[in-house]
Design a protein around this ligand. Structure first.
Ligand code: G6P
Length: 462
């Protein structure tokens, strides 16, 4: 059998990979490298034939690249049939597993696990199997495989059967639901998810809270953890990268534009999110409106800069949420705006340089998710902000475990409390704010992405 082993010693598997392709007007393929913790983590171990990233082909350009045999070194894209991928990604992963772990279901949106869900589940299995087979083919004997997230919960178990020699890890970037909520899944599917993950030697979570919830689910539905070990790795911000990137020319240019939109001498409350129900953007806007009502002294003296970037637009519930964010922002501007003051500056087109510009200008960062695995924005703004910022932070963000002491904590559902927290943040004495912001930045960068990745790898091999 040894001859059928591949060459990669370290493999990462995730739905979204580090690169994407677009077909240019002249028919050529352009590749774009993405950012994020995993990308810098994997580059820390060096590239070449020793490491491989297995991911889905997501765009038309990606699929074309697979067809033409074009590839960036160290990346293998799987061209999973579009309908199978849509069922697995939109149907199961983003409409069910994401909603369960973030506890987002609300009447009348609770799931209906009917025959059509069962057929989506079959696609989810097929999609997971495609990853397991590709990994089994590419991994060298005894290699380490790090599987990522809720899209690929079945991969560890499937891969274990194909290749018992491998060291298999799985990392969850989301919260994990407590057993009472996880119980919403059909019994057999709950067990399949847990047993699939327990096929790993080691499972990683962003906080102790999510790890404990997973353990509790295993006790209730899968007869315990068995031999699988659990680790907590709180991914931090990449200070070196952020500090350098946020001083490049395009960021300066965006700052000038934003300053004009904000107006002279005004305070800035900044938020940057994917437009995602768990991020709680609408209640953030309502809290800002409440602030303008309860504390009229802030009118004309503050601007809420809100960037809500499109996400998972195939799903109606996301599209509706985007529309709702836009509607509420407009309503606030109409009701409170004056000729020289636009209370909310909302942008919905993704622009990383502009996000960094907003971070630099932030007096206050508003991070109020209903539930969040970690939330890196809460960690990034204090690192980048020019004058130090105050952080209004939801008690339900994973980042709260590390940043809670120097943040102003809010219950994400409590709009009145959030408004008061914004007032407190805006009123903070400058020395106090600078001190707190420094401590926040130190805590936020305690485990930079490269270290985060290497720690997991060492623990898996050890
Ligand atoms: C979360 C998930 C990631 C995912 C990201 C963006 O952070 O944990 O796995 O890649 O959202 O979502 P998308 O559906 O666009 O990949």
């Amino acid at each position: 059998m040894a001859s059928s082993f591949g060459a990669a010693q370290v493999l990462v598997a995730s739905n979204r990979g580090p690169v994407s392709y677009a077909v240019a007007d002249d028919g050529s393929l352009r590749s774009k490298r993405g950012g994020g913790g995993l990308v810098s983590g994997l580059s820390a171990i060096g590239s070449g034939s020793d490491s491989l990233w297995v991911c889905s082909a997501l765009s038309d350009g990606d699929r074309e690249a697979v067809r033409r045999g074009v590839a960036v070194d160290g990346v293998r894209m799987l061209d999973i049939p579009a309908d199978v991928h849509a069922d697995a990604y939109n149907g199961v992963a983003n409409s069910v597993l994401w909603f369960v772990h973030h506890m987002l279901y609300q009447t009348p949106l609770e799931p209906v696990f009917d025959g059509s869900f069962r057929s989506q589940w079959a696609s989810y299995e097929t999609y997971n199997r495609a990853f397991a087979e590709a990994l089994a083919e590419e991994a060298a004997e005894g290699a380490a495989v790090l599987v990522q997230d809720y899209h690929l919960t079945l991969v560890p178990g499937m891969l274990r059967e194909l290749r018992p020699d491998l060291r298999i890890g799985h990392f969850s970037h989301t919260p994990w639901a407590p057993p009472e909520y996880f119980a919403m899944l059909p019994d057999d599917i709950a067990r399949q998810v847990l047993r699939g993950m327990l096929g790993a030697d080691r499972l990683g979570f962003l906080t102790r809270r999510w790890a404990d919830a997973f353990t509790a689910c295993c006790e209730r539905f899968a007869g315990g953890l068995g031999d699988t070990r659990i680790g907590v790795h709180g991914l931090g911000a990449d200070a070196d990268f952020l500090r350098a990137r946020s001083h490049e020319a395009d960021v300066d240019e965006r700052m000038a534009g934003l300053r004009e939109e904000i107006g002279e001498g005004r305070r800035t409350i900044v938020r940057v999110d994917r437009t995602e129900l768990s991020k709680n953007i609408v209640r953030g806007l309502l809290a800002y409106r409440q602030l303008l009502d309860d504390r009229p002294e802030w009118r004309e003296r503050v601007v809420h800069v809100a960037f809500a970037y499109p996400s998972r637009q195939d799903l109606a519930v996301y599209r509706d949420y985007t529309a709702e964010v836009q509607r509420v922002a407009e309503e606030i501007n109409e009701r409170y705006g004056t000729p020289g003051w636009r209370p909310v500056v909302l942008h919905v087109k993704d622009d990383f340089a502009r996000s960094l510009a907003a971070y630099r200008l932030a007096d206050v960062a508003l991070v109020n998710p209903i539930r969040d695995g970690m939330n890196l924005v809460a960690k990034e703004v204090p690192v980048v902000s020019d004058g130090g910022c105050a952080l209004v932070l939801s008690q339900e963000a994973g980042a709260h475990e590390e940043l809670g002491e120097d943040a102003i904590t809010v219950n994400p559902y409590d709009v009145v409390q959030t408004a008061e927290a914004l007032h407190e943040a805006l009123s903070m004495r400058p020395e106090d704010r600078t001190e707190r912001s420094k401590r926040l930045a130190a805590a936020a960068t305690a485990l930079p992405p490269a270290r985060w990745f290497l720690d997991q790898l060492e623990a898996l091999r050890g």
